[in-house]
Ligand binder design. Structure first.
Ligand code: S3P
Length: 438
């Protein structure tokens, strides 16, 4: 979404100390806006992520006639219009950088009485959408895409949707959610089965909004013909944003950091398991329920890490954390092997290629494989790396630079604001040395 070019310089720094709170969860913030918009009545969202991705989703619903008030930062009052209350928007709907926004909206918009077009930035326009077009078409949706199943997506309204029993070919919460959201408008029952359980926020939130959905890990069953009732949502801090600080404090000698109220949904915390296998010292305190999600304060101290074979079964539970895991591996003693993670090639960038190229430019020995990489831990040097406008690649190299032996210039960091507004300020506040380049 962001078009300006900002490079960052990150310098050797640390230790990391203090107490921080990272911004709200991106996945939950997107879904909260969507379901609150379609509910009967007013919903309040606390802890909403003020990132470009989630604000793009809110702007899309505003364009379809939903009044969304922002009484203070990270708070939204959504005046729901009911399941059939959205109005035809004027012009195309821009999802910015957000794959979650576009894929979930594709399902939801397939059930409307009007046509829509979904587009996004240059990165999003390269991301595969056939994975949602196929199951939605099986439900009766009519969606046109560019050759190769790429955005923009032209979604025809007035389709008679019917329930399906769909087995996902790849573990994807976005595809599962697209099908379930179309299911709100379908006749009959919609069933989704997953090869490996993925984050279940859509299911949990539909239940919180009063839709009688049945779900268990790996399967969801949604009956048609109900309504959503407004409710209040509390969004926990995003584990994927916390991840950069968990790794930074683990690898920078002398660090001792507390991250407050981090969401610990088990389908998100694979990186915690992987880091602990590598020898990290991360403790959970005051574990509690907040808005139906498990949250805890995470205390992390520097610890010498060693390389591991990342268990393949952890991959879906840490799918967004591989860029920063690669940095932990580069800082560890010995070899780390990642397999079964080919999905990384179709995220905001080809994350295997971008991390391999960048780490190699900093002198790390890393070999790409089709579905992962083999990383030899050791010395990290200074230099220049490209983020390919991918927020998580940019933040990962900020952390790598902290233990490098010279500064690192990171190209195209503006998109960090898609998921983690204020990252550089927060990083500086607890001991990193990162700033915009001249
Ligand atoms: C998300 C699901 C994941 C993840 C993305 C957010 C979601 O994508 O990578 O950042 O909110 O459902 P996939 O489900 O496509 O793996």
């Amino acid at each position: 979404m962001t078009t300006e070019r900002i490079d960052w310089i990150s310098r050797p720094a640390g230790p990391l100390t203090g107490e921080i709170t990272v911004p709200g969860d991106k996945s939950i913030s997107h879904r909260a806006i969507m379901l609150a918009s379609l509910a009967d009545g007013d919903s309040r969202i606390d802890g909403f992520l003020e990132g470009e991705d989630t604000r793009a989703t809110a702007a899309i619903f505003a364009k379809m006639g939903v009044r969304i008030d922002s009484p203070s930062p990270s708070r939204r009052i959504v005046h729901g219009v009911g399941l059939h209350g959205l109005a035809a928007p004027d012009g195309v709907l821009d999802c910015g950088n957000a794959g979650t926004g576009m894929r979930l909206l594709a399902g939801l918009l397939a059930g409307q009485a009007f046509d829509t077009t979904l587009t996004g930035d240059a990165s999003l326009r390269k991301r595969p959408m056939r994975r949602v077009i196929e199951p939605l078409s099986a439900m009766g949706a009519r969606i046109d895409a560019e050759p190769g199943g790429l955005p923009p997506l032209h979604i025809h309204g007035r389709s008679n949707l019917h329930g399906v029993d769909y087995e996902l070919p790849v573990a994807s919460a976005q595809v599962k959610s697209a099908v379930l959201l179309a299911g709100l408008y379908a006749d009959g029952e919609t069933v989704v089965r997953e090869p490996h359980p993925t984050r279940d926020y859509t299911e949990r939130m539909l239940a919180a909004f009063g839709w009688p959905i049945g779900f268990e890990p790996g399967r969801a069953r949604l009956p048609g013909g109900h309504r959503l009732r407004a409710t209040d949502i509390v969004v926990p801090a995003d584990f994927s944003s916390a991840a950069f600080f968990l790794v930074a404090a683990s690898i920078i000698p002398g660090s001792h950091l507390l991250l407050r109220a981090v969401g610990l949904n088990p389908r998100r915390t694979g990186l915690l398991d992987a880091l602990r296998l590598m020898g990290a010292d991360i403790r959970e305190h005051d574990t509690r329920e907040q808005g139906g999600e498990r949250v805890a304060d995470l205390e992390v101290r520097h610890a010498p890490l060693h390389g591991i074979e990342v268990p393949v079964e952890l991959v879906p539970d840490m799918i967004d954390e591989f860029p920063i895991l690669f940095v932990a591996a580069a800082a560890a003693r010995g070899t780390t092997t990642v397999r079964g993670a080919a999905e990384l090639r179709v995220k905001e960038s080809d994350r295997i290629a971008m991390m391999a190229t960048g780490l190699a430019a900093l002198g790390v020995r890393i070999a790409e494989t089709p579905d992962g990489a083999i990383i030899e831990g050791g010395r990290i040097g200074g230099g220049e790396v490209d983020s390919a406008t991918d927020h998580r690649i940019a933040m990962s190299f900020v952390v790598a630079a902290a233990i490098a032996d010279a500064p690192v210039r990171i190209h195209d960091c503006a998109n960090v604001a898609t998921s983690f507004p204020g990252f550089a300020e927060l990083a500086r506040a607890c001991g990193l040395d990162v700033e915009a380049a001249e």
